[in-house]
Design a protein around this ligand. Structure first.
Ligand code: NAD
Ligand code: UFG
Length: 341
């Protein structure tokens, strides 16, 4: 298939491009590089066997998107492009709604005009908010707690309406839990730019000496060691699920929503210890007060993806830490010095 990957220069999108190329698909990237660097492209070329076609276009640019769909005959779209920082979304809700919902509308208009009707969408476990029980199934209550999460839920709902209006339009909503790690080559990985919001990139920057110590947000949660529990999933496992979802859409011709996680919860301290083992570095930490909006424990029930996509996570926490560390130690400042801040 010829696949358009929106946000393909970003963290998860780049890993998905590699997997899609490995499965024999033709990949075209559209990315405005608002949260990524063109320096990823030659590295992708080395992993994919050739320079991926790419367009520096914002999804909200109607003429640019129409031109892209005229130039290429796409069979399907994998839609990663979005802004993703929870804290920033609380400060700049208009930007998040404009970019994430406006961008999706721009994409859907271009798809509609070109008659492209298969879409894989990057959603998030954030749509569950604080779940009543774990593991979380796809039919759990949806209760978003921040503007970023609301953009994900609104887009899922919008896609549901598009599917209802057009029986030939098929969508797989993929709700990611906590993506971490990097390609085993160490040449592509997560490059947050500035102070990382998320745990694994923060640990990596402490281990490599960019930051003095990790602050652990809360040591008094009702969990095994008092720290927050999440379902960390290796980005390469996550990337594979996108190729499986495209196969599902082609085979089953319907819309579905899937959790993507390992099904196993890991505490902050467990992740720190696993990282220390994998890297041979110490990660000094201090326990500070809870981060507002955080929940104690969230992990997935990935049974639906196991059953319908034939997908399951294969890489364990040691592989996640080993590959995150390889990327960080080979690229201490990220792709182009983005980590310096
Ligand atoms: P990322 O920021 O690394 O990648 C997103 C890419 O989209 C960037 O390269 C950015 O430049 C591009 N982009 C953003 N807005 C655009 C626009 N209007 N037009 C064109 N390009 C645009 O993020 P990521 O971690 O790779 O996440 C990918 C997707 O997965 C996002 O939709 C995110 O919300 C979702 N997600 C991520 C996580 C996570 O922890 N990383 C968790 C759950 C869901
Ligand atoms: N944490 C720390 N110190 C840090 C960063 C995080 O102790 O410096 C803790 C958090 O309190 C939490 C755990 O590490 O217990 C994981 O935090 P992350 O910020 O890495 O991940 P979250 O689960 O809070 O949120 C992430 C993404 C969201 C997404 C959500 C579900 O940031 O965008 O996963 O997919 F919505």
């Amino acid at each position: 298939m010829r696949i358009l990957v929106t946000g393909g220069a970003g963290y998860i999108g780049a890993h998905a491009c590699v997997v899609l190329a490995e499965r024999g698909h033709d990949v075209v990237i559209v990315d405005n590089f608002s949260n990524s660097s063109p320096a990823v492209l030659p590295r992708l070329a080395a992993l994919m066997g050739r320079v991926p076609a790419h367009a520096d276009v914002d999804l909200r640019d109607a003429a640019g998107m129409a031109g892209l769909f005229r130039t290429h005959d796409f069979d399907a779209v994998v839609h990663f492009a979005a802004l993703k920082a929870v804290g920033e979304s609380c400060e700049k809700p208009l930007e998040y709604f404009e970019n994430n919902i406006g961008g999706t509308l721009g994409l859907l208009r271009a798809m509609k005009s070109a008659g492209v009707r298969n879409l894989v969408f990057s959603s998030s476990a954030t749509v569950y908010g604080a779940p009543d029980t774990v593991p979380v199934r796809e039919d759990a209550a949806l209760r978003v707690t921040n503007p970023y999460g609301r953009t994900k839920l609104v887009v899922e709902q919008l896609l549901g309406d598009v599917c209802a209006s057009d029986p030939g339009f098929h969508v797989a909503n993929l709700r990611y839990f906590n993506p971490v790690g990097a390609h085993p080559s160490g040449t592509i990985g997560e490059d947050p730019g500035g102070v990382p919001n998320n745990l694994m990139p923060y640990i990596c920057q402490v281990a490599v000496g960019l930051r003095a110590r990790l602050s652990i947000f809360g040591g008094d949660y009702p969990t095994t060691d008092g720290t927050g529990v999440r379902d960390y999933i290796h980005v390469v496992d996550l990337a594979r699920a996108h190729a499986d979802a495209l196969d599902f859409l082609q085979r089953e011709e319907r819309c579905e929503t899937f959790n993507l996680g390992t099904g196993r919860g890991i505490s902050v301290i467990e992740l720190v210890k696993a990282f220390e083992r994998a890297s041979g570095r110490r990660v000094p930490f201090e326990i500070v007060s809870r981060r507002p909006g955080d929940v104690a424990e969230v992990y997935a029930d990935p049974a639906l993806a196991n059953r319908l996509l034939g997908w399951r996570a294969e890489l364990d926490v040691d592989a996640m830490c080993r590959d995150a560390w390889r990327w960080q130690s080979m690229n201490p400042m990220g792709y182009a010095g983005r980590a310096a801040a």
